[in-house]
Design a protein around this ligand. Structure first.
Ligand code: ADP
Length: 395
């Protein structure tokens, strides 16, 4: 540029043909130089722009893939309905929830229960949390309207959370509280009634007094056991019970329990058969296992008198399988799923008469599970029941 300026000044001052030639030549040279320089520059800018667009596209694709992965990883049906009512983004859980291959809230193939909720959220543009039951599943539905700048409605997002287990847990908790208070109230009412009678000014029946005193003692013991059982069961469930595990011989263990219960078994006219290898050893808390098998024997005495109990133990590699079988009254099919629940008494009054609180099997189950084992029942009404326990033979 400086040279061109000097040449221009010279050409203007001297105005010789040579300087004018130089001036014209310089002009052309500069134009050619600028032209190619600009062309290259534009090319470079274009290339850079292309590359940047490519990178931006790859990033946008990656971000979209990640978003889809994220939405699919959310273990609840989720859908984003755009302002036209189309399902713009949805995860596989939502697709399997609505079952049909629908693309918008207006699709009449969608089940009414779900469609009403989608329409409610989309058309009313409002945030809500509501519960609905669909195909035996309880859902909590959360609807969030999406607004863009200028407070313009841009569709809404819905999440369906499966709360069946939460509600089931709540129901069980409520039932437990109702059952526990009923069970505790009954002996308390009975004790109160007897004391009231004995406190009457004109009460002087010594025979009844003696009988009431015995009854009060019995009810008080029952209450005490029930509270202890409840505490034990809740401590076992929350793993607060320390298990004093030792290695002991199973055959000898069964022999000693049956020996302990021999009188009651004799009165119930129950014969006991033990099929257990002489050398079978388990690693468990002997005291707690005694509670389990004592309860099974007590139940057999109550529900399978005049029969046979057969206790069979099989060594199965790192596990021992114990079957405790009786040929008593059996358990009705509809009762089977409930017998391990707290306070469940299949034969209501009959079980109560026998002093049962309905906690025995619930505690047995908690004890076995605290050992890392399992217990289940197989039973046929009027034929008999089998309790099958699996325990680890080692630590
Ligand atoms: P409880 O014996 O105190 O009632 P359990 O928890 O031990 O409580 O048993 C729950 C219920 O299971 C009993 O009330 C009874 O209906 C049923 N049950 C338990 N063991 C047997 C059995 N061996 N045969 C038939 N029914 C049984």
């Amino acid at each position: 540029m400086v040279i061109f300026f000097i040449l221009s000044v010279l050409a203007l001052v001297f105005q010789t043909p040579f300087t004018i030639f130089l001036l014209i030549f310089g002009q052309i040279a500069i134009w050619v130089f600028n032209h190619y320089r600009n062309k290259d520059h534009i090319k470079t800018i274009k290339n850079t722009a292309k590359q940047e667009t490519k990178v931006a596209n790859v990033r946008a694709d990656e971000a979209y893939d990640n978003l889809v992965k994220l939405i699919n990883a959310i273990p609840s049906p989720l859908v984003y309905i755009n302002q036209k009512g189309d399902f713009e983004v949805s995860n596989q859980y939502f697709n399997s929830l609505i079952k049909v291959d629908a693309e918008s809230v207006y699709d009449i193939d969608i089940d009414t229960v779900i469609r009403q909720t989608l329409l409610d959220a989309f058309l009313n543009e409002r945030q809500f949390v509501k519960q609905l039951n669909y195909r035996s599943i309880d859902f909590q539905v959360l609807s969030i309207p999406l607004m863009v700048e200028g407070n313009r409605y841009n569709g809404c997002m819905l999440i369906f959370q499966d709360i069946t287990r939460v509600l089931e847990g709540e129901k069980m908790q409520k039932r437990f509280i109702a059952d526990a208070s009923h069970e505790l109230r009954t002996p308390i009412a009975s004790i109160k009634g007897m004391i009231e009678i004995m406190n009457r000014p004109n009460f002087n029946d010594e025979e009844t007094r003696t009988e009431f005193n015995l009854q009060i003692e019995k009810e008080a013991n029952r209450l005490e056991h029930m509270v202890e059982d409840l505490l034990l069961q809740s401590r076992l469930k929350s793993k607060q019970v320390y298990l004093e595990k030792t290695r002991f011989n199973l055959k000898q263990f069964f022999d000693s329990i049956v020996y302990e219960k021999r009188q009651a078994l004799y009165h119930a006219k129950i014969e006991t058969i033990i099929n257990c290898p002489e050398d079978l050893v388990v690693y468990a808390d002997q005291f707690r296992l005694t509670q389990v098998f004592t309860n099974l024997i007590n139940n057999a005495i109550n529900y399978a008198p005049d029969g046979t109990i057969e206790i069979t133990a099989i060594d199965n590699k790192d596990r021992v399988i114990i079957e405790f079988k009786d040929n008593g009254m059996g358990i009705k099919e509809d009762m089977i799923p409930h017998i391990f629940e707290r306070f469940y008494r299949g034969e209501g009054d009959r079980s109560r008469e026998k002093g049962g609180s309905g906690l025995g099997l619930a505690i047995s189950k908690s004890i076995i599970e605290a050992h890392g084992g399992s217990i289940r029942v197989e039973s046929e009404y009027q034929k008999g029941s089998s309790f099958i326990i699996e325990l680890k033979t080692d630590a």
